[in-house]
Design a protein around this ligand. Structure first.
Ligand code: MRU
Length: 358
């Protein structure tokens, strides 16, 4: 997708430097900085501090992390320890485990002199697949938007939460891919972008990338969606997910659940877009999903700019107050209208998912 008219992907391997390149998302939207990851520790850190974020992208970064580990020290114990560090970097998104597991499987049978090349090829394949899957999600989700448009015949208002855009994947995004496809087809779209406190992925990333693709959008405070739905100003909601269980329960950015409740109360369809790499086929109970708890400073302190000067870490809460920063919540399957995947659209249920993914 485009930034200032130029096409980018979110992560790639640079053959000259033998480093991995990322767009540092902690600097967006005020600065656009491409950063080098030289070592596996750089990759672990980039995931932890959210220079890269979004379930598919952290999976891809972990895959490249294994490549960097092999570049540093082609020793099986070192690679194993690095794999463990990568998986632990963020606990909720299943893509991290999925990608590291896939890399481990791939390299486990390979002679050490070929490890680097084989690992690099696999990491790049993970990226290529994610891009294709997200494009297919877009084509499948487009059908839903077209159906609404054929009835309404005027601008479709779509509400989204967090950033499940191309910045969270390799390209296209999950929740945004149907939006980009509809826009390219000439369907008039307007997006309500939940700000998504505390890290403001909606305001800082989703609105930013929609602006770059010239898609009309309006940032709203996270609590505004309910009244907009009551007023008939939301035609559909679409969000991404960090882990979807085989029973259709959806774990996503904190606040998604409340939006699904409001959508249900107002008969607004609530869609979840996901590549199959985000499905956890093993866990049976959503209470067992590890929910990441992040530093409370993400709530109590804000960054911004005054004029051209970037100001970091301004305290906005009383100094003595405690704050709890849970990063994700679970939306039960009963509130999800349907799942939009690379293989098609299905009911958020075991039967629905099994029909697509035998
Ligand atoms: O904490 P983040 O920014 O990594 O959370 C990201 C989300 O919750 C996204 O909605 C999810 O990963 C889906 S991304 C295609």
């Amino acid at each position: 997708m485009r930034i200032e008219g130029k096409n980018y992907k979110t992560i790639w391997f640079d053959q000259n430097s033998k480093n991995v390149k990322i767009i540092d998302q902690t600097k967006l939207p005020h600065e656009f900085i491409i950063k080098d990851l030289e070592t596996v520790d750089d990759a672990v850190n980039a995931i932890k501090v959210m220079e890269v974020r979004g379930a598919p992208l952290i999976g891809a970064t972990a895959a490249f992390g294994i490549v960097l580990a092999i570049k540093e020290n082609n020793d099986l114990n070192f690679i194993k320890r690095s794999a463990e560090d990568l998986v632990k970097a963020r606990p909720t998104a299943i893509n991290l485990q999925w990608a590291v597991h896939r890399m481990n499987n791939k390299i486990s049978m390979i002679k050490s002199e070929n490890l680097f090349d084989v690992a690099l090829k696999e990491a790049e394949l993970i990226c290529d697949e994610d891009e294709t899957f997200c494009e297919e999600i877009g084509k499948n989700g487009l059908k839903v938007i077209e159906e609404i448009y054929n009835k309404k015949k005027s601008t479709i208002n779509i509400l989204t939460h967090c950033n499940a855009g191309w910045l969270a994947t390799i390209n296209w995004g999950t929740a945004t891919s149907p939006i980009y496809h509809a826009h390219k087809k000439g369907i008039p779209i307007h997006v309500w972008v939940d700000e998504t406190r505390p890290r403001n992925q909606g305001a800082n990333l989703t609105s930013y990338e929609l602006n770059e693709e010239e898609i009309p959008n309006t940032i709203i405070a996270d609590n505004t969606g309910g009244i907009l739905m009551q007023r008939g100003q939301v035609d559909m909601c679409i969000v991404g997910t960090d882990r979807t269980l085989s029973n259709g329960d959806v774990c996503n950015k904190i606040g998604t659940y409340l939006k699904a409740l409001a959508a249900n109360d107002n008969n607004v369809p609530f869609y979840v877009a996901l590549p199959s790499s985000t499905i956890d086929w093993n866990l049976k109970n959503s209470k067992d999903i590890p929910i990441e708890e992040r530093d409370s400073k993400e709530l109590s302190h804000v960054d911004g700019i005054i004029g051209d000067k970037k100001i970091d870490g301004i305290q906005i809460y009383p100094k003595k107050s405690k704050a709890l920063n849970l990063a994700f919540d679970v939306t039960p399957a009963k509130y999800v209208t349907a799942l939009i995947t690379e293989r098609g659209i299905c009911e958020a249920s075991e039967d629905g998912l099994k029909r697509l993914f035998k």
